[in-house]
Design a binder for this molecule. Structure first.
Ligand SMILES: [Zn+2]
Length: 206
């Protein structure tokens, strides 16, 4: 049953390439070995849309980062890996996202952010088993992950989906042409909540 939800191979590949970018190849190899995925060492998944990367693997890799580097160090790495994932992902999925079209580029910033967030949510909802719902509330965008690979079957004291926070930080930076926004995970399945909810301020910090 735990194997019934998946990311496409392409996204698994993006996660592994992003880990390699942040930690170096030896760092990724060590984590894959400790997490008991020797088959993935120097053998990342094929770049295709088959749903072959289980949520349990996504979650276990994040958990391993925290075990090896400590909660603080693991969190920092996951944030950076999330940022790298966006940069790989936006290249791989640019057609599906439609964010490079002129009509989109000409939108004013607030509309650009909400349109961009919706496009990103649609991407996950269409091509993966992850479910995302967006809500706008008091000048915030709320990114509700209603089925979340990042903390799948984990139990933690605090929200644990740092990779998603990093991914959204980078998405906002990219969408706004270089501005920085407050992005914070407020609730998390792993900590006993009903969704993983990430709150985004629609006005940049700087
Ligand atoms: Zn989560």
């Amino acid at each position: 049953m735990t194997e019934s939800y998946h990311y496409p191979n392409r996204m698994g590949r993006i996660i592994l390439l992003s880990m390699e970018e942040v930690m170096g190849r030896n760092g990724v190899n060590a984590i894959l070995k400790l997490a008991s995925y020797p088959g993935l060492i120097e053998n990342y998944l094929a770049d295709n849309t088959d749903l072959g990367f289980p949520f349990s693997t996504v979650s276990h890799l994040g958990e391993m980062l925290e075990q090896v580097y400590g909660p603080h160090g693991g969190r920092g790495l996951s944030l950076r890996i999330g940022r790298a994932c966006f940069n790989y992902g936006v290249r791989q999925y640019s057609t599906q996202l439609g964010l490079t079209q002129m009509a989109f580029r000409l939108l004013p910033l607030p509309l650009k952010l909400s349109t961009g967030a919706r496009a990103l949510a649609d991407l996950f909802n269409t091509f993966t088993d992850q479910r995302v719902r967006i809500e706008e509330q008091d000048k915030k965008l709320l990114w509700h992950i209603e089925r979340c690979p990042l903390c799948w079957e984990r139990r933690t004291q605090e929200p644990a989906c740092h990779l998603a926070v990093g991914l959204l930080q980078e998405a906002l930076y990219w969408l706004s042409g270089g501005k920085v926004f407050s992005v914070e995970e407020k609730t998390c399945f792993a900590a006993g909540d009903k969704t993983c909810m990430i709150a985004i301020d629609q006005s940049p910090v700087y």
